[in-house]
Design a protein around this ligand. Structure first.
Ligand code: PEP
Ligand code: MG
Length: 583
């Protein structure tokens, strides 16, 4: 039966494909594709974990005290039976063999399928066995976690859907459906060719949405209970422009969206011709178009769209999902160096680690803080872990030997934080001198992403070579809206007069002092905001590679000097959004 689910449009375009469900287990598991050659060893790994848990259960049975209630022995028996159950193991094996899921992913996928069958059972006793099954699977997962294996690189494309429960044997696009995805999971998926994805949770500028945009695939987040409604292998249409997910579409809908998809491809083809056109407004103003990247390898996409540098390298993605082992100085240095060399002499702005809130180091199940977005994140965390921070600073300074490196500090708010940070940067260069390691000069910049910082721009100009406005957090903190919470996403408003005022004043103060300023939040990559930002005097934009050409098209059509008066009127208006649309 066809039905539609509404969410938030975060990455444009239309995707049509079969659903791949990432079940949300109570335990954090990693999701990745194995290589076809690894199937046998993955099955063995699973087998070893299952045997170990079976042995443990048998041992527990022998150790039951005489006076323990006899239900305990019966329960352990049930657990043993569930562990050896055919439906569980046959299903899990199939996900590993046919879809090349890693064992943990296969287990949670099959658990999800069987759990749904339990939910539908009439008999309350049988229904309750679902909890037992979950416990058994968790034991196996826990065992596997203890004997964790490094994450294997996924195959170059998503696996063929052969021999599935389904009748089709053709290669069809796959779309990812999940309750929530950690940024680390997203990075794994970034390497595989999913046609699109949809999640229950997430706001427009949640990090999940940001990574989706960087993957340049249609995506919808905040689609509430989509992961409960969609089943493995359902046909799904994701309309990333409208924020709609259509499940089990009719043939008329498939034809209609297929047409829309082709139109989108034609538009991309047209935009691609702008790649080498200099980014200059009609009145001759040069505008710098930079990219935001998460991994050194993203430099390839940056050059492919004609970007003139990296305005934001979110270095925290090197640190996430590594089971507690942070990258050491050498590993970081090599990663930064790859990005710098990949950009072939163009500047690379490396932001120091911005961990916390919806970018936890380990997983979303990390110790919950009351208000993670207001807690120990970004520079606050770095300053609380000076040894870790110094390691990163040394790695960045060393990478600067290989090209133009700018260092960007996130979330600064207090003068004391600024001073401490700069002292640590000096200390890092002294340490390198003492060790006789070469390091290059870097320009040092600050993110303006806390309202207090936007209201203290003169202080920042005293200490920094450049500023970069992080509108994602600036909006979150100005409007008191959690950027990752879909329940308040309708109040997350980049056109709120207070937000525009903070952005405008920061740009104006930098321009007055002849200091460079950029916007690196999602606002910079939104073509509907380009004219306004130009009118406010912005000449440097940093965004995902996939957005560069649409923004460039707006720049080529704009007369920046004529936009100035209009931009001031927008700033002073009670309803800036209405003026923006009317322009
Ligand atoms: C921002 O806050 O706008 C920004 C660019 O940083 P991040 O999205 O990584 O928090
Ligand atoms: Mg930020």
């Amino acid at each position: 039966m066809t039905f539609a689910v509404h969410g938030l449009a975060v990455a444009r375009g239309v995707a049509i494909g079969r659903a791949v469900l990432v079940a949300s287990s109570r335990m954090e598991v990693t999701h990745y594709f194995i290589q076809p050659t690894q199937v046998a060893s993955e099955l063995q790994r699973l087998g070893r974990a299952r045997d170990a848990v079976a042995e443990e259960l048998v041992r527990l049975q022998t150790e039951i005290p005489k006076d323990a209630p006899h239900e305990l022995a019966a329960l352990l028996n049930v657990h043993l039976m569930l562990l050896q159950d055919e439906t569980l193991s046959a299903g899990v094996h199939q996900w590993i063999k046919d879809r090349l899921y890693n064992a943990e992913w296969a287990l949670t996928t099959q658990l999800d399928i069987i759990s749904r069958q339990f939910d539908e059972m009439e008999d309350p006793y049988l229904r309750e066995r679902k909890a037992d099954l979950e416990q058994v699977v968790e034991r196996v997962l826990r065992y596997m976690k203890g004997a964790a294996q490094p994450v294997a690189a996924p195959p170059p494309r998503a696996p063929r859907q052969q021999d599935l429960l389904l009748d089709d044997t053709l290669d069809v696009p796959l779309v990812l459906v999940a309750h929530d995805l950690s940024p680390a999971d997203m990075l794994q998926f970034k390497k595989s060719l999913f046609a699109g994805f949809v999640t229950d949770l997430g706001g427009k500028t949640s990090h999940m949405a940001i990574v989706a945009r960087s993957m340049d695939i249609p995506a919808v987040v905040g689609a509430r209970s989509v992961s409960n409604l969609v089943r493995q292998d359902d046909w799904v249409i994701i309309d990333g422009d409208a924020g709609v997910v259509i499940v089990d579409p009719s043939s008329i809908m498939l034809a209609e969206y297929g047409f829309k998809q082709r139109q989108g491809e034609l538009e991309r083809g047209r935009l691609a011709r702008l790649k080498d056109t200099p980014s200059i407004t009609l009145d001759g103003q040069k505008v710098e178009l930079l990219v935001n990247i998460e991994q050194p390898e993203d430099a390839v996409a940056a050059l492919a769209v004609g970007a003139v540098g990296v305005g934001l390298f979110r270095s925290e993605f090197l640190f996430m999902g590594r089971q507690g082992r942070l990258p050491d100085e050498e590993e970081q240095y090599q990663a930064y160096r790859r990005a710098v060399e990949g950009m072939r002499g163009l500047p690379v702005t490396i932001r120091t680690i911005d961990i916390g809130a919806d970018k936890p180091l380990e997983s979303r199940h990390e110790a919950a803080h009351l208000n993670p977005a207001l807690g120990l994140r970004a520079i606050r965390w770095s300053l609380s872990e000076p040894a870790m921070f110094l390691t990163q600073l040394r790695a960045i300074l060393r990478a600067a030997v290989h090209g133009q490196v700018h260092m960007l500090i996130p979330m600064l708010t207090h003068a004391s934080e600024i001073r401490q940070t700069l002292e640590l940067i000096d200390k890092a260069s002294e340490q390198l001198d003492q060790r006789g390691l070469a390091h290059g000069p870097v320009k040092i910049g600050a993110m303006i992403e806390v309202p207090a910082a936007a209201l203290s721009v003169p202080l920042f100009l005293k200490y920094f070579d450049f500023l970069s406005i992080g509108t994602n957090d600036l909006i979150q903190y100005t409007l008191a809206i959690d950027r990752a919470d879909e329940a308040v996403a309708h109040l997350y408003d980049q056109m709120h007069p207070a937000v525009l005022r903070l952005v405008a004043d920061t740009i104006a103060a930098c321009n007055d002092h002849g200091r460079s300023v950029s916007v690196c939040g999602e606002m910079a990559g939104d073509p509907s905001m380009t004219r306004l930002l130009l009118g406010l005097g912005l000449r440097s934009f940093s965004m995902h590679p996939s957005q560069i050409l649409s923004v460039k098209q707006e720049i080529l059509r704009a007369d920046a000097s004529k936009l100035q008066a209009w931009a001031q009127a927008v700033l002073e208006s009670e309803e800036p959004a209405a003026l923006l649309q009317a322009e």
